[in-house]
Ligand binder design. Structure first.
Ligand code: TYD
Ligand code: MG
Length: 458
């Protein structure tokens, strides 16, 4: 038999090339291409095909039925619960807590009287039981199996007409014996997911696929699956910290800008209904270099502490270390503070940290970072009852940001008494009402901020 032409598939994005390359031309990942058996051309039998019918745009559009998971933070991200017949991909770094999250969700749903099946391809039944005992879930009536052969799993699931939720942990361990590539390769992961999604639709259960993100491309990343599922949730956080954020990045049945906040404890994941209070819990007043940012995660206001520390002026090139924020934006802010406000920082080491391990991507954090830097430079603590938000431009002007009202409300709720914010917002644009008990301070330019903080320019 003539050898069929080889093809190479990227484990990150699924792009196909005819020859091996060190770097995927499509997504830029290094060392992610692996040889795959060529796919047999799909034959479409036309004889029995029923013609599709076309309809107009107007018509019934009922909201999808939902199965609430009994975990409020998970439901928030899903958009109200699992949708029967749909597939959700839960992806994240190994060890971040995906299995813990899904075991807790599965157990909660089982306790609520629904039929729930948890199929582990990574851990043995004994290991999952051990984890369940640690989480205090061993009495939850869910069906547990340790299996990786998809044919066996499919045979079992086909008979499960009452199942509300099926969790596959993880999709990268599943394999179909009809394919001769190893588990975890793009073709295995894709074919297994395809079969499971098909089963979910035909049997009517909600399917959760757990997927590991890998940097080296040794196993196929969840990105090859993202277009096959109805919702994609990222579970992220810093392993050295307690906090975990569940972020919706795709959702055919709901909004994608929601987050769920959890804390990893020694008894599993605890839901955090009020993240701001938790993120600020360890804050100490009266320390120079600390300022509170009134931020937004999706649609959810979150208050975070920004910490800045300045080293003495040193001879060599200064060090810049940033945790939880962008290094480029810090460099920009330092340059603006120096050029527009005369704050001398260039020769000094600068360390910036968002307390709690959360990553901030909003430009609205500029003003809080500037406040932390100004406070650190002057050695004058910021009023602990004050929050900050606003974007800073290159001439030092402070620009407006979205959702000011939600940010202020959250600050008022947590007992803050003052807010520094961009100018025009404080002058009450249409429909804007500041919450009671919160004094608003307009900041038009960073120079105003320096005056307001009473920090002597160094
Ligand atoms: P796990 O859910 O196994 O991660 P993943 O499935 O994403 O690989 O979580 C593993 C980590 O969570 C592990 O480092 C231990 C920690 N953990 C706790 O801190 N408390 C707990 O109750 C449990 C079950 C795990
Ligand atoms: Mg796991």
């Amino acid at each position: 038999m003539a050898r069929e032409k080889a093809r190479f598939v990227c484990a990150e994005c699924g792009a196909v090339t005819a020859k091996w390359l060190g770097r995927c031309e499509s997504c830029g990942a290094w060392n992610s291409l692996a040889e795959e058996a060529p796919a047999s051309p799909a034959s479409v039998p036309r004889g029995r095909a029923a013609r599709v019918a076309f309809v107009g745009l107007a018509g019934e559009a009922e909201p999808p039925p939902r199965v609430p998971s009994a975990m409020a933070e998970l439901d928030r991200v899903l958009g109200g619960g699992f949708v029967p017949g749909s597939a959700v991909l839960v992806s994240g770094d190994p060890g971040i807590g995906k299995s813990t999250l899904m075991l807790q969700a599965a157990a909660a749903l089982a306790r609520a009287g629904r039929r729930v099946l948890y199929i582990s391809g990574e851990e043995s039944v004994a290991q999952v039981r051990l984890r369940a005992r640690r989480l205090g879930l061993e009495s939850a009536p869910l069906g547990l199996a340790a299996a990786t052969a998809l044919a066996d799993i499919a045979a079992a699931l086909e008979a499960e007409r009452d199942a509300a939720l099926v969790v596959i942990d993880s999709i990268q361990t599943m394999w179909l014996e009809t394919l001769d590539s190893a588990p975890g390769t793009v073709s295995q992961v894709r074919a297994s997911a395809f079969e499971l999604v098909r089963l979910a639709k035909s049997v009517g259960f909600a399917l959760v696929l757990v997927g590991h993100v890998t940097k080296d491309g040794a196993i196929a990343g969840p990105r090859v699956l993202e277009h096959m599922v109805d919702a994609v949730l990222y579970f992220e956080g810093d392993r050295g910290h307690q906090f975990r954020i569940l972020r919706g990045v795709k959702n055919r049945f709901g909004a994608t800008d929601e987050i769920g906040v959890f804390a990893m404890t020694d008894r599993g994941l605890a839901e955090v209904a009020n993240p701001s209070a938790l993120f600020l819990a360890e804050r100490r007043g009266n320390v120079a270099g600390s300022a509170v940012f009134a931020g937004l995660e999706g649609t959810r206001p979150v208050l975070l502490e920004v910490q800045a520390l300045l080293g003495a002026e040193a001879a060599g090139p200064p060090r810049r270390a940033v945790l939880g924020w962008e290094g480029g934006r810090l460099a920009m802010l330092l340059a603006v503070l120096e050029a527009r406000c005369g704050l001398r920082l260039a020769g000094r080491d600068v360390f910036l940290n968002i307390a709690g391990g959360l990553k901030v991507t909003e430009p609205a954090a500029d003003l809080a970072v500037a406040a932390a830097l100004i406070s650190a430079a002057g050695g004058v603590p910021v009023d602990p009852g004050m929050v900050f938000f606003g974007e800073v431009g290159l001439s030092g002007e402070v620009r407006q940001v979205a959702q000011a009202e939600a940010r202020l409300k959250e600050a008022a709720k947590l007992g803050f008494t003052a807010a520094c914010l961009p100018r025009r917002l404080a002058r009450a644009p249409r429909g804007f009402r500041p919450p009671e008990g919160l004094g608003l301070g307009e900041i038009g330019h960073l120079a105003d901020l320096i005056l307001r903080l009473g920090a002597p320019a160094s």
